[in-house]
Design a binder for this molecule. Structure first.
Ligand code: 2NE
Length: 270
């Protein structure tokens, strides 16, 4: 596919093709483990993809065909988090998880090879996951002295159920693509050489749909789980729709024209 680079980064690729944004971790020598810089670059790209009105769907993936992401780079793990050049320890991947959930456009994880540890959580928080037949999934936290008790635990349990989520974390087993499909952890499994074409075809089908309907659905799915922050997201979309109405415009216009608003002509729906 003729991907066009949107912006050059050091540890990720950020590309676009026909309204599809693709954010790809580019550290295949480490199975696409992330550093604070990788995450900072992904966060910026995600924000750019959010602001770009020509992008309707985002693919999250890893380069090389052998790994989606193997989690935090253990070689830069310091005392209070993952340490970058500024020597400050960070867990900024948690901010990225929230961005993936709140961007009002579908995000699809395109998983080839390992999706492990914090890399596994990244695919879990995506709207959809499409896996190659070489994909392997799992959490390693209790083996390496870490855990993700946020979306990595509670949202995983919403996806695969409490028993399976506890098994995944307590045993730290690895699951192949078919097992992931069976437990509802991924939406589809395809041969590795068809992974990108299948993902693009799902993106193209999504791009044919009403963007506001998709936006409302994403925030509706989130609202049930995300408490006040989820309701804020859904309510923000309601405000967006209300602003588009003549009724809301009457309020704004009356204020600017220094007159009393006349809402009498607007129906009081049952
Ligand atoms: C993924 C897995 C099972 C693959 O094993 P294998 O045998 O296929 O590959 P190998 O040889 O282990 O990995 C290839 C190269 O990538 C590096 C390895 O060290 C190796 O480098 P060289 O020895 O060739 O130089 N590599 C792989 N994953 C890495 C990582 N995460 N950090 C640094 N280097 C890594 C196997 O590689 C594996 O188990 N990887 C570690 C998975 C892991 O434990 N990730 C961290 C979980 S904690 C986390 O991500 C986290 C969190 O829990 C909470 C908040 C934020 C993050």
């Amino acid at each position: 596919f003729p991907w066009k680079t949107i912006k050059e980064y050091e540890e990720i690729l950020f590309q676009e093709y026909n309204g599809i944004g693709k954010i790809s971790i580019n550290r295949p020598h480490k199975h696409n483990a992330f550093t604070p810089k990788t995450v900072q670059e992904m966060s910026e790209a995600m924000e750019l993809a959010r602001q770009d009105t020509s992008i309707g769907v985002i693919i999250l993936t890893g380069e090389g065909g052998k790994a989606f992401c193997s989690g935090g780079d253990q070689s830069v793990r310091g005392d209070g988090g993952y340490v970058g050049q500024d020597l400050v320890p960070r867990l900024n991947v948690l901010d990225l998880q929230r961005q993936i959930r709140t961007i009002p456009k579908p995000v699809i994880a395109m998983v080839a090879g390992w999706a492990i540890g914090g890399g596994h959580v990244l695919h879990v928080v995506c709207d959809l996951s499409i896996a190659a037949d070489n994909a392997r999934f799992g959490q390693t936290g209790p083996n390496v002295g870490s855990f993700d008790g946020g979306f990595g635990a509670s949202y995983l349990a919403r996806v695969v159920g409490q028993k399976k989520a506890r098994e995944i974390w307590y045993l730290c087993d690895q699951y192949d693509a078919q097992e992931a499909l069976q437990m509802g952890l991924v939406n589809k499994v395809v041969p590795l050489d068809q992974l990108e074409a299948t993902t693009i075809s799902w993106c193209e089908r999504i791009l044919e749909k009403s963007p506001i309907a998709l936006r409302m659905l994403k925030s509706s799915f989130n609202a049930e789980l995300d408490g006040q922050a989820g309701i804020q997201e859904l309510a923000g979309n309601a405000t967006l729709l209300y602003y588009l109405s003549d009724e809301a415009k009457e309020g704004k216009n009356a204020f600017l024209e220094k007159r009393k608003p006349d809402f009498s002509k607007f129906p009081k729906f049952p």
